[in-house]
Write a protein that binds this ligand. Structure first.
Ligand code: TYD
Length: 413
């Protein structure tokens, strides 16, 4: 029996309060990171994943989302440090924060510090850091690296407590976290409370412009309640004493944007931010028509993928998956792909190995067995780590085995 949880169904934009227009209904979806054991199949969490858009705020968002406690807990399955490229990315970001700081004893607060992949770079420097992390297991890893962590969700009482204990922050950072926070106006208020006059709030998130161009609909899952653009970020922070002052595209997560927010009147808006905003208006990122086109492309992508997998199955080929990403949950459940079409998914995360994928229950197998098995075809779920994985899996490719991807179009290569 399948239990579908209904948390308070939200019909309104979380920034403007206007009624959302439906863009696509993905149907019943489990938690993106809800990898589970066989004995847990009967108690799995499902929710109805509908995506809506608001032209006033320009924000693409989920109508409804599971409770934060269901998603972020002591067994949270995503560890930032599983990718070496991501470790390098955070190291270089930390360096740029350290070198641009002109305060004597600067304070950096990271919202959602995960296993400390960013803040560990400041340990044993003159920069004070505090990580805010609700998932206890990853928070403990950060602590073991010497990072000071508040094991909590970010909220106004915590922001006020941090301000009175440590003073205002020179930098507040977040990576792939702000899109997780449904009460986004409260989050913006926390920034307003904590940021010093010259302080910067810098955060990066999967970018709506890339999602549309690549039809990367797998970026939409329970945790990603928002899919941001410069337009929507600008509109959000304009509601407070804050503004978007810079935007820098990033290659991480298959195309992200790094947004910098400052206090109104304390900074110039960069040419880059102005240029990207102009480009977004010309792409129609504030228009429902563009979102409905995305919806059409998603439906076509699904049909093509299912057709390819069905053909491979009837031809007797062995198809497996590579990397049990949270993103894969949307593809598998939306396209109704189970172990009959994808036998297993190879993954490096010990916490996921021996478990099953959320909803469709495909077995997750230790990545070390990938090269022993050498499946005929492998669906690359971690397409955002393409470079790193292709370098690692040369032996597989050189034997003439094939990769399947759905980005930017469904194809075998
Ligand atoms: P990622 O695309 O970073 O995350 P998300 O879960 O947010 O979609 O992928 C992380 C997952 O991919 C994690 O389970 C580890 C796995 N992975 C591998 O198995 N091998 C690899 O080489 C890489 C880079 C990731």
């Amino acid at each position: 029996m399948r239990i579908v949880y209904v948390s308070a169904v939200n019909e309104k934009c979380r920034v403007s309060g206007k009624r959302l227009i439906e863009v696509i209904d993905f149907g019943e979806q489990p938690l993106g990171n809800g990898f589970l054991k066989q004995e847990q199949f009967g108690e799995e969490y499902f929710f109805n994943m509908r995506v809506g858009f608001c032209e006033e705020s320009g924000l693409l968002q989920l109508f409804d989302q599971p409770s934060p406690e269901a998603m972020f807990h002591e067994e949270y399955a995503f560890f930032s440090s599983t990718s070496t490229e991501m470790s390098k990315h955070f190291k270089s970001w930390a360096k740029s924060v350290a070198t641009s700081s002109d305060t004597k004893n600067p304070l950096v607060i990271e919202i959602g510090c995960n296993d400390g992949i960013f803040l560990e770079n400041f340990v044993n420097t003159n920069i004070r850091t505090i990580g805010i992390e609700p998932s206890e297991n990853v928070a403990n890893i950060a602590k073991s690296k010497g990072v000071m962590v508040e094991n909590s969700f970010m909220n106004i009482p915590l922001a006020e407590a941090l301000l009175s204990e440590h003073g205002s922050a020179d930098y507040i950072t977040a990576a792939n976290v702000i899109c997780h926070i449904p009460n986004i106006l409260e989050l913006a208020k926390c920034i307003d409370i904590l940021l010093s006059d010259n302080g910067k709030f810098i955060f990066e998130e999967p970018y709506l412009g890339d999602i549309i161009q690549k039809c990367a609909y797998d970026q939409i899952y329970d945790e990603h309640v928002f899919l941001f653009s410069c337009i929507s970020v600008k509109n959000l922070f304009n509601k407070l004493d804050l503004e978007l002052i810079d935007a820098q595209p990033q290659v991480t997560h298959g195309g992200s944007m790094r947004y910098t927010i400052g206090r109104k009147g304390f900074n110039d808006v960069s040419d880059n931010a102005k240029k990207i905003l102009e480009n977004e208006y010309s792409m129609g990122l504030n228009k429902i028509e563009s979102m409905l086109r995305l919806s059409e492309n998603i439906k076509q992508s699904k049909n093509k993928l299912v057709e390819i997998l069905e053909n491979l199955k009837s031809g007797g080929s062995q198809v497996c998956g590579y990397a049990a990403t949270s993103k894969s949950t949307t593809i598998l459940n939306y396209c109704n792909i189970g172990p009959d079409l994808i036998q297993c998914i190879y993954d490096t995360t010990p916490l996921k190995q021996g478990k099953f994928s959320p909803g469709m229950h495909i077995p997750i197998t230790d990545w070390k067995e990938f090269n022993l098995n050498m499946p005929d075809y492998t669906f690359l779920f971690a397409w955002n780590h393409l470079k790193e994985i292709m370098a690692k899996e040369r032996a597989y490719t050189s034997q003439g085995r094939k990769w399947i991807t759905h980005i930017p179009t469904v194809q075998i290569s």
